[in-house]
Design a protein around this ligand. Structure first.
Ligand SMILES: [Ca+2]
Ligand SMILES: [Ca+2]
Length: 232
């Protein structure tokens, strides 16, 4: 029920590298021109972590999952509404299964082409900021360091993030690292999308599961994560 306040407060917690500040500036400029946003396909496989399927209300470790590779850590942990709703669909990833985990996907890109990267992150409910440190890397460069506080949360608390990124090659490595305390609970990740940047940065295209909420406030920041009515 405090979703609006939380999202507004989320931005100052970001450690803002230059590229993110630039992305926000471009966003505001482009949003004013966005009249009829196109629907753009997600270039990622399994960006919503819906596969393999996990029993509702539980979690499961996997040695491999479609689309993603393990950079470090013991395995992939997927959860199906274990600690609250997903940001999209029914499932999300926890990047601290039995230990902190890094996952990556190689995205088919074109050199000198701009893309939009967006995702939703939540702290693990009941855990401190030191447990929820997420490093985002694009083409082996750190794009953002995100710290979230789950201490006063009893459910998932999804925060939307979006970046304008550029590819320099035909394949670009997108990686998410949990750099919080390695203790089996930590950063939750969902709804990861990479789409062509076409000057319509407020577009929210439907993902393959079709469960994305519409943010409905074009020009006021990144799209939302999940449906607010499920967050209470
Ligand atoms: Ca999902
Ligand atoms: Ca942890």
């Amino acid at each position: 029920m405090f979703v609006g306040v939380v999202r507004a407060a989320a931005w100052p917690r970001l450690v803002l590298p230059g590229i993110l500040v630039a992305a926000i500036g471009l966003w505001a400029g482009a949003a004013r021109a966005a009249a009829s946003p196109p629907t753009l396909p997600n270039l990622l496989t399994n960006g919503s972590f819906e596969h393999p399927r996990v029993t509702a209300g539980s979690s499961h470790p996997f040695p491999s999952i479609p689309g993603w590779h393990l950079a470090y850590g013991p395995d992939f942990e997927l959860q199906n509404r274990l600690v609250g709703p997903a940001a999209a669909g029914e499932q999300y990833a926890e990047l601290d299964s039995d230990a902190s985990t890094g996952i990556f996907q190689r995205v088919h890109t074109h050199a000198d082409t701009n893309y939009r990267l967006e995702f939703c992150a939540s702290p693990r409910p009941g855990t401190p900021p030191s447990d929820n440190v997420l490093i985002v890397r694009w083409h082996r460069h750190a794009l953002a360091r995100i710290v979230l506080d789950g201490r006063h949360r009893s459910h998932t608390d999804w925060h939307p993030y979006a970046f304008k990124v550029q590819a320099t090659d035909g394949r670009t490595r997108l990686q998410f690292n949990d750099r919080g305390t390695s203790d089996s609970v930590g950063t939750l990740l969902d709804a990861v999308r990479v789409t062509l940047w076409r000057g319509h940065p407020t577009t929210r295209a439907q993902d393959e599961e079709g469960h994305h909420g519409h943010h409905g406030d074009h020009g006021h920041g990144p799209p939302g994560c999940g449906a607010p009515k499920h967050d209470s």
